[in-house]
Ligand binder design. Structure first.
Ligand SMILES: [Zn+2]
Length: 321
């Protein structure tokens, strides 16, 4: 457990009192999750944080006469605004979210982290949106390229079930169960795994090869199954090895095996099943993005997944007041 996690746990797993609230608020202000100064909307001068009867036990107040004790929540312009659960609940949830493993809602209700599934869904939705935004920004800036000379890159397609919306019939939208392909690229570089997961309607050459060319550097050692869409990869400048999945895992000539990818696929699939939601095309896409966020940005971050999450929340809600 790193110090950040320890600090968080020490502040939230305590009895909620005025004193512990102030400690938590101060800490959240120091990490940038809550604003540490707020300007009065009327006089544009600094407000003061004072004790109050409000849910958070503290509130921002302007005590200048002409402003008439104008008040604003300590949650102003933060991830916690417009929600009713306590900051303690929020931070417990954020901790669990960063851990990733114990996200089952049943467990969290049992552990008393939140009182309703609606609260949990709202929190998870907010946090997931933060991660998504952060990944999109990274993709735009860094282009998300994997591989390189002799770097091992596995590619594969897998079927995922999801719902798709159809705008037809007299009564507008209907939902249908649909199966599409998730095309996966997985870079394996010593202990690091970096996946790129894309929802595709077809798994033909016209769809898959452009995705490979966009994300995988030439000269990479690309391992795939014998699917015909991959036939042209060696002409595209890749060292392409095809492995027969059904016969044996290890290719007798090259010694390469597909176990890594199959194991990774299973993990990703389980992660997706575990996540709640109606698993529409949109939610499936979001889950794939979230998995990418975990591997590309969070696990490699110097202060770990929790640190990355706090950083992304901070950046997402940082606006000048
Ligand atoms: Zn004022």
């Amino acid at each position: 457990m790193d110090s950040l996690e320890r600090k968080l746990l020490r502040k939230v797993y305590v009895k909620e009192t005025k004193k512990s609230s102030l400690k938590l608020i101060k800490w959240l202000q120091s990490t940038g999750l809550l604003r540490h100064k707020i300007k009065c909307k009327k006089c544009k001068k600094k407000m003061k944080m004072v004790a109050s009867q409000s849910r958070d036990h503290y509130i921002w107040e302007c005590r200048r006469k002409k402003c008439g004790r104008l008040r604003r929540s300590v949650r102003t312009e933060s991830v916690f605004s417009q929600s009713h659960c306590s900051l303690f609940t929020w931070m417990k949830y954020i901790h669990r979210f960063a851990q990733g493993l114990h996200l089952r809602q049943v467990d969290m209700l049992q552990d008393g982290i939140a009182k309703s599934t609606a609260t949990l869904s709202m929190m998870s939705k907010k946090l997931r949106r933060v991660c998504l935004k952060s990944l999109k920004k990274h993709q735009k800036k860094k282009k998300q390229r994997v591989g390189g000379v002799n770097v091992l890159v596995h590619i594969d397609e897998s079927k995922f079930c999801h719902k798709r919306k159809y705008a037809r019939g007299r009564f507008g939208n209907t939902w249908k169960r649909k199966r599409s392909w998730v095309f996966g690229i997985l870079e394996i570089k010593s202990a690091r795994r970096r996946p790129i997961l894309r929802l595709v309607k077809k798994r033909n050459k016209e769809t898959l090869v452009p995705i490979i060319k966009k994300h995988v550097k030439r000269q990479s050692l690309v391992v795939s199954d014998e699917w015909k869409a991959y036939a042209s990869l060696s002409q595209e400048g890749y060292k392409h090895v095809r492995v027969n999945h059904s016969k044996n895992y290890v290719d007798p000539q090259t010694g390469l095996h597909t176990q890594n990818l199959e194991r990774a696929w299973q993990t990703y699939k389980m992660q997706i099943w575990r996540m709640r939601g109606n698993r529409s095309e949109k939610t499936l896409k979001q889950h794939l993005c979230f998995i990418e966020w975990t591997h590309w940005l969070a696990r490699t971050y110097k202060h770990g997944v929790l640190g990355r999450l706090l950083k992304d929340i901070r950046n997402n809600y940082h606006r000048s007041v």
